[in-house]
Design a protein around this ligand. Structure first.
Ligand SMILES: [Zn+2]
Length: 121
């Protein structure tokens, strides 16, 4: 069985949209493949309307241990130089380039922090 959340990720749409258009809370692989093969009009429209905009899902990849989480990107996120699990120490990360300062952004995904390196003058 595939959960609605997993189905939304596969279809690259928000979970709320999947729910609004009647995707059940769990689907079989065959049901999902059917939707992928013959996308309903709302899905075609959603994909067409999104060209060139932010991705619906992004993969956060910890730069220390490589663990990943697939999440919806937030509007307030800056462009991260690195992301890492929240439980690593700052010293576990590759240091910023000489002359760059590093800022920490808390609360990225369920267990990540983002790091933004910017040149200091
Ligand atoms: Zn990690």
């Amino acid at each position: 069985m595939i959960t609605r959340r997993d189905a939304a990720q596969r279809l690259d749409i928000p979970v709320q949209m999947a729910a609004r258009h009647g995707l059940p809370t769990t689907l079989t692989e065959a049901q999902l493949r059917d939707i992928e093969d013959r996308p309903p009009p709302w899905l075609v429209q959603s994909r067409a309307g999104r060209t060139g905009t932010r991705p619906v899902w992004v993969d956060l990849v910890c730069s220390v241990c490589g663990s990943t989480e697939r999440v919806r990107p937030k509007k307030w996120w800056p462009t991260f130089t690195l992301v890492s699990c929240a439980d690593h120490h700052r010293g576990d990360l590759d240091p910023p380039a000489p002359g760059d300062g590093r800022e920490e952004v808390l609360g990225v995904g369920s267990r990540f922090v983002g790091w933004v390196d910017t040149p200091q003058d």
